[in-house]
Design a protein around this ligand. Structure first.
Ligand code: ZN
Length: 415
């Protein structure tokens, strides 16, 4: 595998030590960012607002760590981190007050930090308390063992690590994952989902399934992926919500795969998905069903935004409802449903097929419950249609009808 280049861990521009920025002033730095007028990613001067040490790429949102060795095949969480790695040293030159990365890894790392900061500030604007949420670790180009192999071409959030990882690339030779704002936004959303919906000690679906049923665990991983895709697209929108991209993965991934996650395409639940939902949780996730079902959710929410006119107000209505649905209290929202699962006292072994509380229907109804006015109408129309449900399944949608776009489902599903 390609290890971080020596430049990553050695040279530091001497000028920087004397002018290390304080936390209350922004740091101007060149990153790779999407430029709408050019219709591509290009070098761009941005401001970092949360960085404490630009050379070590350490700030209130994240600390970048290089050289770690992570083993996801380990039997215990203690065995997960074989080598914790160490701090990095990015290399910049100061050009009229703007820090310009001097090598690829410095550019890749500082852009990754910028993307996490953009995501964090996006969620802060929606009520996330960044102090409670805390600093995460960003493992940069770690050596990762997964399924007995050295993993590459991936980025992920791990609750067990309380952090993110961006892996070296192998077959992906286009835009690095760390530089893709939507992909880093997707990963950041996983951390927010985990923060709102899970209790780290007792209730964390991806790293430690403690659900009462396969169905509950499979539903939560699907919603986690779908909401991460939707929020990834929303983060790409920018403050004016005028650069939204339903196909934000395309610059970084083979088009055949990226198109399977394109939010703007009509996605209808496939026959047999209900059976898969009740099946083994590892099979469900590893075979990609969480992404398939998650994309039905993400595309439903994307359609809802479009039906509302695609405006900033439309986005904020739908995003706000989704955020409220994540938190909830002890009786509502996805967190509330999860807590009810735990309260039934059977957690610890995900062997029961059927869920008592946290089902696909109850989870979608909890999202619909947090929508109001026209937002509720268009979300219900999408859910009833794309998940092939009735108003008996979704009581919150009692006053609405299916959008009727998935009628070709029985002939193999819509594209
Ligand atoms: Zn994901």
């Amino acid at each position: 595998m390609s290890r971080p280049a020596p430049a990553l861990l050695t040279a530091v521009c001497c000028a920087l030590a004397a002018c290390a920025p304080t936390t209350d002033e922004a740091t101007s730095v060149v990153v790779l960012a999407y430029q709408p007028e050019l219709e591509r990613y290009d070098r761009h001067v941005v401001q970092l607002h949360t960085i404490d040490d630009i050379v070590a790429l350490k700030g209130s949102v994240a600390e970048v760590i290089g050289g770690a060795e992570l083993d996801f095949d380990a039997a215990t969480i203690d065995g997960l981190v074989g080598n914790a790695g160490s701090g990095v040293k990015a290399d910049f030159i100061d050009v009229d007050g703007v820090l310009v990365p001097t090598d690829f890894h410095s550019l890749n790392m500082v852009t990754a930090y910028y993307n996490l900061e953009r995501s964090a500030l996006f969620f802060e604007g929606l009520g996330l308390n960044l102090i409670d949420y805390g600093q995460k670790t960003l493992y940069y180009f770690p050596s990762v063992t997964m399924f007995g192999e050295e993993a590459k071409d991936n980025a992920f959030f791990s609750a067990a690590l309380n952090g993110f990882a961006v892996l070296p690339f192998d077959e992906f030779q286009t835009l690095p994952l760390a530089i893709n704002l939507g992909i880093m936004g997707h990963e950041f959303t996983h951390s927010v989902f985990n923060y709102y919906v899970c209790d780290a000690d007792t209730f964390c679906p991806l790293s430690d399934p403690t659900f009462t049923s396969n169905e509950a665990a499979n539903v939560i991983t699907s919603l986690d992926e779908g909401i991460a895709d939707f929020m990834g697209a929303a983060i790409v929108c920018g403050e004016s919500f005028d650069t939204c991209d339903p196909n934000f993965m395309a610059p970084s991934m083979p088009s055949a795969y990226a198109s399977t996650r394109n939010l703007s395409r009509r996605r209808c639940i496939s026959d047999g998905m209900e059976e898969m939902l009740r099946g083994d949780v590892n099979v469900f996730y590893n075979e990609g069903y969480a992404y398939i079902l998650g994309t039905v959710l993400a595309s439903s929410l994307w359609r809802a935004v479009e039906e509302l006119g695609g405006t900033r107000d439309a986005w904020q209505q739908i995003i706000g409802g989704v955020i409220n649905a994540l938190g909830g209290d002890s009786s509502s929202g996805l967190r509330g449903l999860g807590q009810q699962e735990l309260a039934s006292g059977k957690q610890g072994v995900a062997i029961k097929e059927y869920a008592d509380h946290l089902t696909l229907e109850s989870a979608l109804d909890a999202i619909a419950e947090q929508m109001s006015g026209n937002a509720k109408k268009v979300v219900c129309e999408s859910f009833l249609d794309r998940f092939a449900l009735t108003t008996r399944d979704l009581p919150e949608c009692a006053n609405y009808e299916s959008a009727g776009e998935c009628s070709s489902r029985s002939f193999g599903g819509a594209p």
